[in-house]
Design a protein around this ligand. Structure first.
Ligand SMILES: Nc1nc2c(c(=O)[nH]1)N[C@H]1C(S)=C(S)[C@@H](COP(=O)(O)OP(=O)(O)OC[C@H]3O[C@@H](n4cnc5c(=O)[nH]c(N)nc54)[C@H](O)[C@@H]3O)O[C@H]1N2
Ligand SMILES: Nc1nc2c(c(=O)[nH]1)N[C@H]1C(S)=C(S)[C@@H](COP(=O)(O)OP(=O)(O)OC[C@H]3O[C@@H](n4cnc5c(=O)[nH]c(N)nc54)[C@H](O)[C@@H]3O)O[C@H]1N2
Ligand code: SF4
Ligand SMILES: [Mo]
Length: 847
């Protein structure tokens, strides 16, 4: 029989593809099999615009398509943020889309027992059966007054997430649409928000900067503008001093002027010491911060200053900050805590101050996703205020705005059940005393990882039905053992996924979805970079290989149809009555039409020439599909100067009146004092210290006597979040991460520690924390300080496919997942998981 795509689907449907546990023949790679379409005459090939979402940069790209096959990826030459370039990881996406281990058709579980040790015994089903089953489950909850026990879980997403994530749960009657943001980077947004009202990522004017102070940022490998940074970094290194504050010798640190191998979690000591030096040595930027009325510097170590002696300009509360948190934080004091020598602290602080205002204090999750990292985030970002680089040339910037339309209102489609359910408490416990999540307001952030504990405790209740997409929480959240238990207890889970992931193993229904770069149509606003913000269009550049649908739009449309057939038509009515194609005036009749209309509604302002905007002129939808990106005009500096900072005082807040108000509101909602909030969130601050960036000693899980090492982790240059490990290129080039080894997963140990442990390069070592253990390979490496074990995140998949795992059939992982040993810990003020700052102690044993 000729093995074409259709026959292959038939064959695989008979054998069942993801029969975990069974050692069966692996599916053959048919992506390159000759098909009728590919036998057609076109051999020329063409570049088609799309978007890479391998990380949060969200790069505009183009794919070279020959005979219907994607053969190469490059940056979209029309894009300004990434100069038409991509990073290494874009290329790995080719192996993802053609991965033979992909989920190829809908499946249902036939073994009702759940657990890592259970074979789900998945069998193929039709899309109709899948949608009918899910609709039944939802209607049962609504009938029983339990609609709030329904939840939608979102991982990575596009702008079209408004459909599945934004409104579906609400129309069913649940407050539980839970995103992955809190395991991603919320703590990092806390710093800029409670100084300059910016809850989001920043852009940086590297081209004009003279000093780059990188706090756990490795921008040539990760973070948010990798292609732009790679492009510009050679020049930046020529022009600016680069100082990397990182417990690990990162790729950026390896070529930097200064590497400050900080003791994990002690960044607050260094940040407050740098601020102390800037103030005592008169290095603050006077046109921004202001000056003493009589021109005499009264910032003297150990002495308080009178507020009326200082006249402020853009900033607010610098004297209060000094008095509360900085007057005693001398370099000597800091050196004892953070492990950086006094002379290096002084040299870096002076260099940074002398470069003002062209000096960037670049905050990454590394220095903020720590148990007490919220205050570090504020202190680190406030350094941009001290040197006047906030919103300034050569400094730290916001993004230009990119216009888009909101989705039509669904208010008229909320029935009584929906309105009642939406008022129930949230499953993640955000907004409770222990979990402030102060994303602009109490409970503004959702505590993704905490859902596992909440589900196990049934506090505030038990979840029953979950639709989960583009995520893998029992791999990506800390304490995976806890997550496995919580998922085993969940009665009904639908996983919409490209690969059979760890979460898929616990699913009742598995839905195959489109690969993000090649098979879907959707818009996103990419991360601003190189002074430009943009909207980029993801397109179906190849015909989908398998029976896949688009998670955020097509699947909700099909589900709405199934619900309507069973008598609940609100969602279907909303989709078919309120959504109108802005070009043709048509309403959707199929899932595909719905997806296109949603995309066009959202993106219309960038391609409709009659809508005014500051950026590219694109003449209609067809042209937008061709260019696939809209660029804003370059960022205008100093837009916020002159009292437009958006904070409660309108100023750049060194003393945060905004935080004082929001903390007060949170305390009041929980009948507590702010001091009690500090205590519940493990912070040591009392009184007014809670309103300024300050030093908090690192908090660690595990007793030092039993667990003598601090565990510190980082991401891979090759991680497309945790989705690229099943590509052979990922494994083959894994040594692109300093200290790492191809096809392996290593614990990087300082040779001094290794000698004491009697461990040699290549030995197998077991890393044990109070929460779990993993066995990996030892690598002796001077790029981590004695006492700190450094390990990359990304390996340790026991599912996902034959390359990611060591034995896919037997569920044996390649290496170990850091989240198996990491504590389920939080920087609770911002609502962030705390995986950095050495939150977890471990022991190391040779096996
Ligand atoms: N220890 C540790 N934990 C981390 C991190 C870390 O650095 N260290 N990083 C954290 C961060 S920053 C983030 S953002 C989160 C991410 O965590 P998650 O949001 O859970 O995302 P991933 O782990 O990347 O898993 C995404 C899943 O989506 C499915 N999938 C893959 N490709 C596609 C696709 O194209 N479309 C769709 N619809 N589905 C797809 C697969 O099942 C895949 O496993 O992880 C966090 N967890
Ligand atoms: N290559 C790559 N790039 C990515 C992604 C990816 O998967 N791969 N994912 C994207 C996503 S989703 C996000 S959220 C961003 C995350 O942006 P990043 O800036 O990459 O964030 P992390 O990897 O969490 O930051 C980890 C860094 O902090 C260091 N670190 C650990 N503990 C400490 C500490 O106590 N103090 C200090 N100063 N540093 C510490 C680590 O060694 C590491 O270098 O990256 C995006 N970019
Ligand atoms: S992985 Fe990230 S930085 Fe690299 S091309 Fe894709 S979106 Fe851009
Ligand atoms: Mo993230």
């Amino acid at each position: 029989m000729e093995l074409n795509r259709r026959n292959f689907i038939k064959l695989s449907a008979v054998s069942g593809l993801f029969a975990a546990g069974a050692t069966q023949a692996k599916p053959a790679l048919t992506a390159f099999t000759e098909t009728k379409a590919s036998a057609a005459t076109n051999t020329e090939g063409e570049w088609v615009g799309s978007t890479c979402q391998g990380c949060t940069t969200w790069c505009p790209v183009q794919v070279y398509v020959v005979n219907g096959r994607a053969t190469k990826v490059r940056g979209n030459p029309n894009a300004k943020a990434n100069h038409g370039e991509v990073c290494v990881r874009a290329h790995l996406s080719l192996q993802q889309v053609y991965d033979p281990d992909r989920v190829k058709q809908p499946m249902k579980r036939t073994n009702q027992n759940k657990g890592k040790d259970q074979d789900p015994q998945f069998v193929p089903i039709t899309w109709e059966e899948a949608m009918d089953t899910i609709a039944e489950k939802i209607l049962e909850l609504r009938k029983n007054g339990e609609s709030h026990k329904f939840s939608v879980w979102r991982g990575r997403y596009t702008a079209n997430n408004e459909i599945l994530y934004g409104s579906l749960a609400k129309m069913v009657g649940s407050p539980n649409n839970i995103s992955h943001s809190s395991i991603c980077a919320e703590a990092e947004k806390f710093g800029p928000y409670y100084t300059e009202a910016l809850w989001g990522y920043r852009d940086y004017d590297h081209a004009n900067c003279r000093y780059e102070l990188l706090w756990g940022a490795d921008p040539i490998s990760s973070n948010r503008q990798v292609p732009h940074t790679i492009n510009i970094w050679g020049n930046t290194m020529d022009r600016a001093t680069i100082a990397c504050i990182d417990p690990r010798l990162s790729a950026t640190a390896a070529k930097a002027d200064e590497w400050l191998p900080i003791i994990p979690g002690e960044d607050g000591a260094l940040a407050t010491a740098i601020a102390h030096v800037l103030l005592t040595e008169g290095l603050w930027y006077k046109p921004f911060v202001g000056d003493f009325v009589d021109g005499v510097n009264k910032f003297v170590a150990g002495r308080t200053v009178r507020e009326e002696d200082f006249e402020e300009i853009e900033g607010y509360g610098v004297v209060k900050w000094w008095n509360l948190a900085l007057k005693d934080t001398t370099p000597e004091w800091a050196a004892e805590r953070c492990g950086i020598p006094v002379d290096q602290i002084l040299r870096v602080a002076r260099g940074f101050g002398e470069a003002a205002p062209h000096a960037i204090s670049f905050l990454s999750p590394g220095a903020s996703m720590q148990i007490r990292g919220g205050y570090t985030a504020i202190a680190v970002h406030a350094l941009n205020g001290l040197v006047g680089s906030a919103d300034n040339k050569g400094g730290t910037l916001s993004w230009s705005s990119v216009p888009s339309n909101g989705m039509p209102s669904f208010d008229d489609y909320l029935d009584d059940i929906a309105k009642k359910g939406a008022k129930e408490k949230r499953i993640d416990q955000g907004g409770t005393l222990k979990f402030p999540g102060l994303n602009k307001k109490s409970g503004g952030s959702k505590f993704t990882a905490n859902m596992a504990q909440a589900m196990l405790d049934e506090d505030p209740y038990d979840l029953k039905v979950v639709l989960s997409y583009w995520n893998n929480f029992n791999f990506s959240c800390p304490d995976t053992n806890k997550w496995d238990k919580a998922l085993a207890k969940l009665p009904f889970l639908v996983h919409m996924t490209v690969n059979p992931a760890e979460m898929t193993h616990f699913a009742d229904i598995v839905l195959p979805v489109t690969h993000q770069l090649y098979e879907r149509l959707s818009p996103v606003k990419g991360s601003g970079g190189n002074m430009h913000a943009h909207m980029t269009l993801t397109q179906r550049v190849i015909e989908p290989l398998w029976d896949v649908k688009i998670d955020e739009t097509e699947i909700p449309f099909m589900l709405a149809e199934a619900l309507a057939k069973k008598g609940f038509s609100n969602i279907y009515d909303y989709y078919t009555k309120e959504f109108v194609d802005p070009e043709t005036g048509k309403r959707p009749t199929t899932p595909e039409e719905f997806n296109e209309i949603v995309t066009k509604i959202y993106s219309e302002p960038v391609w409709n020439p009659s809508i005014e905007k500051k950026g590219d002129n694109i003449n209609g939808w067809e042209e937008f599909k061709k260019v696939a990106v809209w660029n804003s005009v370059p960022y205008q500096f100093k837009k916020k100067w002159g009292g437009n900072w958006g904070t409660d005082t309108g100023k750049f807040e060194f003393y945060s009146e905004t935080l004082k108000r929001v903390l007060g509101e949170h305390a009041e909602a929980n009948d507590a004092s702010i001091d009690q909030v500090m205590e519940a969130t493990l912070n040591t601050a009392r009184g007014e210290l809670a309103f300024v960036g300050h030093y908090e000693p690192a908090y660690r899980h595990g007793e030092e006597t039993e667990f003598p090492f601090i565990f510190s982790e980082h991401r891979s240059r090759l991680n497309r979040e945790a989705r690229s490990a099943n590509t052979s290129w990922y494994q083959e080039f894994k040594n692109a991460d300093p200290g790492d080894v191809a096809w392996d997963d290593v614990a990087k140990i300082n040779p001094i520690d290794a000698a004491k442990l009697g461990v040699n390069d290549g030995d197998k070592v077991k890393l044990t924390s109070p929460y779990g253990d993993i066995t990996v390979t030892a690598k002796l490496w001077e790029g981590t300080r004695p006492g700190v074990i450094s390990k990359c995140y990304g390996q340790g998949h026991w599912a996902y496919g034959r390359t990611a795992s060591l034995d896919f059939g037997k569920k044996i992982a390649r290496g170990g997942n850091n989240n198996t040993i990491l504590a389920d810990a939080y920087e609770a003020l911002s609502g962030s998981t705390a995986r950095h700052g050495g939150t977890t102690r471990i022991k190391v044993e040779k096996v």
